[in-house]
Design a binder for this molecule. Structure first.
Ligand code: C2O
Ligand code: CU
Ligand code: CU
Length: 509
C-alpha cells in the first residue's frame, strides 16, 4: 500500500500521467497498470446466505393512503471478519427495506432523519410532483420528518430510493442509504412470471466498496480515475460473498446497480443465456434473450434465468465491452471482473412459472409531435459547460408535451444520463435503432463517448413553476461536482419562477 502511494506520487511528480501510461514504457507504469485491475473470479468464498431486504411495513391512514415509515440512522454492520463497519441505513444499519406498492395506490411516507446532518430521500424512476421528488430542494434536517405523498401512476417496475442532498449524494449512498421500490400493476400481477419475493423474485442491490485497514468504508477515488471510488469488494444487498438457494426452475432477478461509479457487465459463469424482461421503467413487450446485461450506476434490469437441478452457477460481472479510451479504461474499472452471487439449485426444482410471450407495453413516443428539442453535452463535471446551481432553473418544459433531448458524452470517461419524473424512450443511438436492452422505458442510460443518444419523453400531470426536477450524470461524484441541471414543468400560461430561497423540507403533517 505504501509502495503504491509512493509510486503514484513519483509518477505524477515526474510529469507522467496519462500520456506516459499510454505511450511510455517503464516498469513503474507497467506495475501500476497491472495493479489497477481487480479480478475476484474464483477468489470469493460464497459463505454467506444472501440477505434479502425485508418488505417495508405500512399502515392505512384515515384517507386510505398507505403510510410507510423510514428512519435514516447510523449504525454498525458486520460485513466481514474483524471490526464492524460504521454505516448508515434506513430502519436498520445498512440499506433500507423494499417498498412495494401498486399502481393506483396512494402512498405516504414519514421520512425521519436520525443522522446529524441533512439528507433527503429521492424516488428514482418515479413519476410524481416535484415537491415530493426528494431532490436537493427537499432536504430533511436532523430530527425533522418529511412527509411526501402521491398516487402511484406508472407501469410495474423496479425503482429505487436514495438520498440526494446537494453535493453530498455520493457519501450518503456510499455509507448505505438506499433501497428498492417495486411497483406492481394489474398486468404484472396477471402474468405468470416468477413473483414470490425473496424466493423466485429476488432483489439484487449490487454495490462495490473498499475497506481501510480498520474495516471502515474507504471512499477515496481510484488512481488516475475520474469516476470517484471504485471498490474491490462486491456487496449484494449488503452481503459479501453471497450464495442463494434456488428452489424453482425459473428465477427472476431484479438487478440494481446501486454503486457510486462502477459499471457492471453482468453474465453467468457458464455464459448461459438468460432473458431480459424489464428495463428501468418496466416490463418489455417481449423478453430479450442475451448473455450479458450492462448496467451503469442507477440503472436496473429484471432478468429471468433458468436453473437445472443440483447445479451451482455464479452471477459475475465481466469487463466492459466498449466505450473506454484505450488505456484509461483500466483505471476506471473497465477491465475488472467480479464473482457476484453464487446460485445453488436444489436437487429438484418446482416449475410453475414461465416467461409470457407478451408482457409490458413498448415505448410509443417515436413519431409523436415534438414540442422542443434540446441538446446536452456532458464533459468533465459539467453539462453544456455549466455546473449545477441550486437557484438556477435551466429551462421549463410544457406539461403534456413531448420533447426530444439529444445527449452525448464529449469526453472519454464514463458518464450516464438520468432524468427525474419521467421515463424516456431511447429513439436512436447515432441515428440507428438502439440495441435491444435500450428499447424499453428508461430513466438512466449509459453514454458511450462521442455517440448521440436521442431521448424522447413526455412531461405529464404535475406542474410547478418554482420547484425543479433534476437531470444529471448518475456517477455520484460527477453529480456532486456539478454535472447536473434543473428544469420545471409549466402549466399553460405559466412562466419559469424562482426557486424558494429556503426550500428545505418541513414536517407538513
Ligand atoms: Cu437516482 Cu437524481 O437520482
Ligand atoms: Cu432520480
Ligand atoms: Cu459523469
Amino acid at each position: 500500500m505504501e509502495r503504491r502511494k509512493a509510486l503514484k506520487w513519483s509518477l505524477i511528480g515526474g510529469g507522467g500521467g496519462v500520456g506516459a501510461l499510454v505511450f511510455g514504457g517503464g516498469g513503474t507504469v507497467a506495475y501500476l497498470y497491472n495493479e489497477a485491475k481487480v479480478d475476484t473470479v474464483g477468489k470469493v468464498d460464497f459463505d454467506s446466505p444472501l440477505a434479502v431486504p425485508p418488505l417495508a411495513e405500512s399502515e392505512q391512514d384515515s384517507s386510505g393512503a398507505r403510510v410507510f415509515t423510514l428512519e435514516a440512522q447510523s449504525g454498525e454492520t458486520e460485513f466481514r471478519s474483524g471490526a464492524a463497519t460504521r454505516t448508515w441505513g434506513l430502519n436498520g444499519s445498512y440499506l433500507g427495506p423494499t417498498i412495494r406498492a401498486k399502481r393506483g395506490e396512494e402512498v405516504a411516507f414519514a421520512i425521519g432523519n436520525g443522522l446529524d446532518e441533512e439528507t433527503s430521500i429521492h424516488w428514482h424512476g418515479m413519476h410524481l410532483p416535484a415537491v415530493m421528488d426528494g431532490g436537493p430542494h427537499q432536504a430533511v434536517s436532523p430530527g425533522e420528518t418529511w412527509t411526501p405523498q402521491w398516487t402511484v401512476n406508472q407501469p410495474a417496475a423496479t425503482l429505487w430510493y436514495h438520498p440526494h442532498p446537494h453535493g453530498r449524494t455520493a457519501e450518503h449512498v456510499y455509507r448505505g442509504l438506499a433501497g428498492m421500490f417495486i411497483v406492481d400493476d394489474d398486468e404484472s400481477e396477471s402474468l405468470n412470471l416468477p413473483g414470490e419475493y425473496g424466493v423466485d423474485d429476488v432483489p439484487l442491490i449490487v454495490q462495490d466498496r473498499k475497506f481501510d485497514d480498520g474495516n471502515q468504508f474507504d471512499d477515496s477515488g481510484a488512481f488516475l480515475s475520474s469516476q470517484g471510488v471504485l471498490g474491490d469488494h462486491i456487496l449484494v444487498n449488503g452481503t459479501i460473498g453471497p450464495y442463494f438457494e434456488v428452489g424453482t426452475r425459473l428465477v427472476r432477478l431484479r438487478l440494481l446497480n446501486g454503486s457510486n461509479s462502477r459499471l457492471y457487465n453482468f453474465g453467468f459463469s457458464d455464459d448461459r443465456p438468460f432473458h431480459l424482461i424489464a428495463t428501468d421503467g418496466g416490463l418489455l413487450p417481449e423478453a430479450h434473450e442475451t448473455e450479458r446485461i450492462e448496467l451503469s450506476p442507477g440503472e436496473r434490469a429484471e432478468i429471468v434465468v433458468a436453473f437445472e437441478p443440483g447445479e451451482t452457477v455464479e452471477l459475475r460481472s465481466y469487463p466492459a465491452e466498449e466505450g473506454y479510451v484505450f488505456g484509461l479504461g483500466r483505471f476506471n474499472g473497465a477491465d475488472d471482473r467480479f464473482d457476484v452471487v453464487q446460485f445453488r439449485a436444489a436437487g429438484s426444482l418446482t416449475d410453475e412459472t414461465e416467461i409470457p410471450a407478451s408482457m409490458g407495453t413498448a415505448p410509443d413516443l417515436e413519431g409523436a409531435d415534438v414540442a422542443e428539442e434540446r441538446s446536452f453535452k456532458l464533459s468533465g463535471t459539467s453539462i453544456n459547460g455549466e455546473k449545477m446551481a441550486m437557484d438556477r432553473i435551466d429551462f421549463g418544459v410544457r406539461e403534456g408535451s413531448v420533447e426530444v433531448w439529444e445527449v452525448s458524452n464529449n469526453d472519454g470517461y464514463l458518464h450516464n444520463f438520468h432524468v427525474h419524473d419521467v421515463q424516456y424512450q431511447v429513439l436512436s443511438v447515432d441515428d440507428e435503432t438502439p440495441p435491444p436492452h435500450l428499447r424499453g422505458w428508461k430513466d438512466t442510460v449509459r453514454l458511450i463517448p462521442q455517440r448521440k443518444y436521442r431521448l424522447a419523453m413526455r412531461f405529464s400531470d404535475y406542474t410547478d413553476p418554482n420547484l425543479p426536477y433534476m437531470y444529471h450524470c448518475h456517477l455520484l461524484t460527477h453529480e456532486d461536482q456539478g454535472m447536473m441541471g434543473q428544469f420545471v414543468v409549466l402549466g399553460e400560461g405559466e412562466e419559469i419562477g424562482t426557486v424558494p430561497r429556503t426550500s428545505s423540507a418541513h414536517d407538513h403533517s
